[in-house]
Write a protein that binds this ligand. Sequence first.
Ligand SMILES: Nc1ncnc2c1ncn2[C@@H]1O[C@H](COP(=O)(O)OP(=O)(O)OP(=O)(O)O)[C@@H](O)[C@H]1O
Length: 387
Amino acid sequence: MVNSLTILSLKQNQISGSIPEEIGQCKELTHLYLSGNKFSGSLPNSLSQLVNLKRLDISDNNFNGELPDLPRISGLVTYLQQNNHLSGKIPNFDFENFKKSEFNVANNNFSGPIPYLQGHLTADSFFGNSELCGEPLSTACPPSPAPLPSAEDSTPSYKGFFFIYLGYIILGVFIVLLLALKFIPKNKPKTEKGDVEKNIIVDDKPSETSNEFRFGVNRSELSMTSFESAVTPSTLLVLTSPLAKELQFEDLLKAPAELLGKGKHGSLYEVVLNSGVVLAVKRIKDWGISEEELRSRLQKTDQVRHPNILPPVAFYCSKQEKLLVYEYQQNGSLCQVLHELQNVHKFDWGSRLSVAASIAEALAYMHKELHEDKIAHGNLKSTNILF
Ligand SMILES: Nc1ncnc2c1ncn2[C@@H]1O[C@H](COP(=O)(O)OP(=O)(O)OP(=O)(O)O)[C@@H](O)[C@H]1O
């Protein structure tokens, strides 16, 4: 039971006590909402073992002590812990993953410099920590004291000499290489297409190299070298949706993208096209089926039309990348309605039943139509029900 728990929401109650170390056993937990209670004590170290966690909200409690190693949870997109008594340094998260309103450590006892925020977040997320300093707060950090010179520093050691000589050697080799490059004849044989294909590089991290296409100006993790675009004509397959008419693969790569979440099969980005159209693009990793099979499944899924099934708009398939494009649904998911709305009582039992009936109807239709192709949903959960 505990092993398969994915969402735990205890918010806005009067619960006191500390979070037990055993929370680390809930390995499937993706959403943990404990805000607005009277929890106290320090956060257990085992919290950092919840590697599937996407949303953590422990705001408005009495937690204290230092934070466990939470940055190791790479898929976190919500991190709210304002209005507690937590202390120590702010860890170096992957701040690119957080929207402004989804990261907040205000009104605690944190101290020291704020880590580099990669251009994200504002002072609002950090106010109320009297010993916190650095951007984006207006309090500058005091200069770190210069290390005292030691006796060892004043006399050059053998180790020091070794590095000086090593430096000379490297410089010498570099000059020889430069000269060699200058005098080697430049008439290289023309590279065949096959050779270029062998050189395709997919870089999973943003790179500063200027000849790269970007998916998301500087916020996404997807980038692809120009080699791939040179050998792969735009193979983005636009399905029947009029929304993405004339959509090109390059349009996706150039558009700003924001991470919406990370799942088992990859990351999902909100992508805003030049035209203003907003898409949700899933970058698939480890699907475990062949490119051919993926194509055939998507084309079949596209033929199953039902008002409650969100069809893919387009997909892109190459050896290096598999992208699935959907229309962005701006009204949020069932999970948000159930767990994040201020006034959940608005979601009355009549509405809940009607949502459940719509889901069942859509699922039954899809499974009937795709029965022969053996395609089932296989991952039904409240975050996958969109309004
Ligand atoms: N078309 C969409 N528009 C808006 N939000 C979406 C859309 N599709 C998914 N989301 C939201 O984005 C988040 C991530 O979605 P995703 O489908 O990647 O999750 P997942 O089903 O857990 O992934 P996986 O199948 O890889 O395990 C979810 O919170 C979901 O509600």
